[in-house]
Design a binder for this molecule. Structure first.
Ligand code: FE
Length: 201
């Protein structure tokens, strides 16, 4: 298996889990295992979805379920880039594909938000966020000299979800909608070479 077949397989696994009505613990476990398989190989992400921007991190949509029950994105960090402290409001899985990133969790304390544990992800690592297991964090590229890329799945069309960024001192939540950096998504469906090979033409 190579190329976008890896991504298509991940999308099929997410669709199967979603259609089966899997609850969040099952989704995080089973889709997490599938994401771990996806990021175990770094040979499939098309370069246009791995392109950093000089000024800010990029979120490229790779796939969205037709009913917007889940989405898959690539998150591309230039050197030194980081997110504000933010939430997701739905489950999210993060798989490190290339380079390294640091995620720091935050919890309400004394009217503001207090920084908790930091977790550094390296290629092949998978972690999760959600309102039930901890949803507020900031993420940054751990590498000062090159881009890092992680693949995320979320339990909604994440670029269109009404979310929040937070002011640390006061805990104030400000509305935030992330959007996507791309207008076109990868073509997972050109399987003509496979068919031609099968037909011997
Ligand atoms: Fe996040």
């Amino acid at each position: 298996m190579d190329g976008l077949d890896r991504l298509r397989r991940f999308v099929c696994d997410l669709t199967r889990l979603t259609d089966a009505g899997a609850g969040e613990p099952e989704v995080l476990q089973d889709a997490g295992a599938s994401l771990r398989a996806l990021v175990a190989a770094d040979d499939w992400l098309p370069p246009e979805f791995a392109e950093p921007h000089p000024a800010q991190y990029r979120q490229y949509l790779l796939y969205c379920d037709p009913y917007e029950r889940f989405s898959v994105v690539s998150f591309v960090w230039g050197p030194g880039q980081r997110t504000p402290v933010h939430d997701h409001t739905v489950w999210g899985l993060i798989g490190m594909l290339r380079g390294s990133e640091i995620s720091r969790s935050y919890a309400p304390a004394g009217g503001g938000l207090l920084a908790g544990a930091a977790e550094q992800l390296r290629p092949g690592d998978v972690t999760a966020v959600s309102p039930t297991i901890g949803d507020i964090h900031s993420v940054e590229n751990a590498l000062a000299d090159r881009p890092s890329i992680s693949i995320h799945a979320y339990g909604a069309n994440i670029g269109a979800v009404g979310r929040h960024v937070f002011v640390l001192d006061t805990g104030e939540a400000k509305p935030f909608v992330s959007g996507y950096a791309n207008r076109a998504v990868p073509n997972l469906w050109d399987r003509s070479a496979e068919t031609r090979a099968r037909l011997g033409i």
